[in-house]
Design a protein around this ligand. Structure first.
Ligand SMILES: [Zn+2]
Length: 269
C-alpha cells in the first residue's frame, strides 16, 4: 500500500492539518461511568429551565464574574482576570435533548446583558454511561466567526465527504480535520444565525455521533457549537494519535476525511 501524506488548509478556519495514513490512530479507553452521578444527585441552584432541561452554575467554574477585564501590564508580561461565566446544562441521564441548544441560546441572550461578555462557546462530552452535559463558556473577547458557505456548497456537489442529510441538515467530514473522523453538521440552507434549524442539526449530529461511537468502539466524543455562517455542530472523537505533531502547532493524524466519510456512511446505512 502506498502511504499518503498531505497538508490541508481548512477553507473556513485557515487551520493547517497534516494527514499521514501510515500513522494509525487507536481508540482511547472508555471513560468510567459516572457513579454516583453529580447531575442526578447534587447539581446546585437552577439558573433556567426548559422542559426537563436545566442550566446550573459549574461547581468548579473555569471563569468567574468578579474582576476586571482590563489587561494589566506587569513585568515580564500581561495579565488579566479570567472574567467570564461557566455553566452546565443537562436533561435526563440517558437522553440527549435537541432543545439543549435552545436553552443555551436563551442563556447566551441573558448573559449578553453583561456588556463585558463577548464570546460564547458550547461543548458537550459524550461517552457511554455518562450523563450528557453541555458546558457553556462566556468570555470577554470576541470569537471571530467563520464563513463556511462556499465550502458547504462545494461539498454538497462533490459528495465524496458528504455523510448524511435530513430535516434541513447535512453532515460532512471536515476537509481539514484536526481530529480523526471530525464531522461538521450544519443547516443545509447555508445561512441563518444560531439556533435556526437547530432541531434538524441536533438530531443529525446525534445520529452521526451514535454511528461514530459504534464504529470506533465507544470513545468519548467531543461536540462543540462553532459560530459563523452557517453555525455548526462539530464532532471530534478522542483517539490516541500516532502523530504528535500537535506539539509543534501542526495538528496531525492518520485518517483522511474521504475514508472517514465512507466508513460513517456505511455504518449509517
Ligand atoms: Zn445522571
Amino acid at each position: 500500500m502506498v502511504e499518503l501524506r498531505e497538508l490541508r488548509t481548512c477553507p473556513a478556519t485557515g487551520v493547517v492539518v497534516l494527514i499521514n495514513d501510515a500513522w494509525p490512530d487507536a481508540p482511547l479507553p472508555a471513560l468510567a461511568p459516572s457513579d454516583p452521578c453529580w447531575a442526578c444527585s447534587d447539581p446546585g441552584p437552577v439558573l433556567a429551565r426548559r422542559g426537563r432541561l436545566v442550566a446550573v452554575p459549574h461547581p468548579v467554574p473555569a471563569l468567574g464574574v468578579e474582576g476586571e477585564v482590563r489587561a494589566k501590564v506587569e513585568r515580564p508580561g500581561v495579565r488579566r482576570d479570567a472574567v467570564g461565566v461557566h455553566e452546565l446544562m443537562f436533561g435526563g441521564h440517558d437522553e440527549a435533548d435537541p432543545d439543549a441548544l435552545i436553552l443555551a441560546f436563551e442563556r447566551i441572550e441573558d448573559l449578553r446583558r453583561d456588556r463585558r461578555l463577548r464570546g460564547f462557546s458550547l461543548l458537550r462530552r459524550a461517552a457511554p454511561g455518562r450523563h450528557p452535559l453541555w458546558e457553556l463558556f462566556a468570555i470577554p473577547t470576541d470569537l471571530a466567526p467563520t464563513d463556511a458557505r462556499a465550502w458547504c456548497a462545494h461539498e454538497l456537489v462533490d459528495g465524496r465527504r458528504l455523510i448524511a442529510r435530513s430535516d434541513g441538515a447535512v453532515a460532512i467530514a471536515a476537509w481539514a480535520p484536526v481530529a480523526p473522523f471530525e464531522v461538521w453538521v450544519l443547516p443545509e440552507a447555508g445561512d441563518g444565525d444560531f439556533p435556526v434549524a437547530h432541531v434538524g442539526v441536533a438530531r443529525l449530529a446525534e445520529r452521526v455521533l451514535g454511528a461514530m461511537a459504534r464504529w470506533l468502539g465507544g470513545p468519548e466524543v467531543r461536540m462543540t457549537v462553532e459560530w459563523g455562517t452557517p453555525w455548526r455542530i462539530v464532532l471530534r472523537p478522542r483517539l490516541a494519535l500516532g502523530l504528535a505533531t500537535d506539539a509543534v502547532g501542526l495538528p496531525g493524524h492518520g485518517v483522511f476525511p474521504e475514508r472517514a466519510a465512507a466508513e460513517l456512511r456505511g455504518v449509517l446505512g
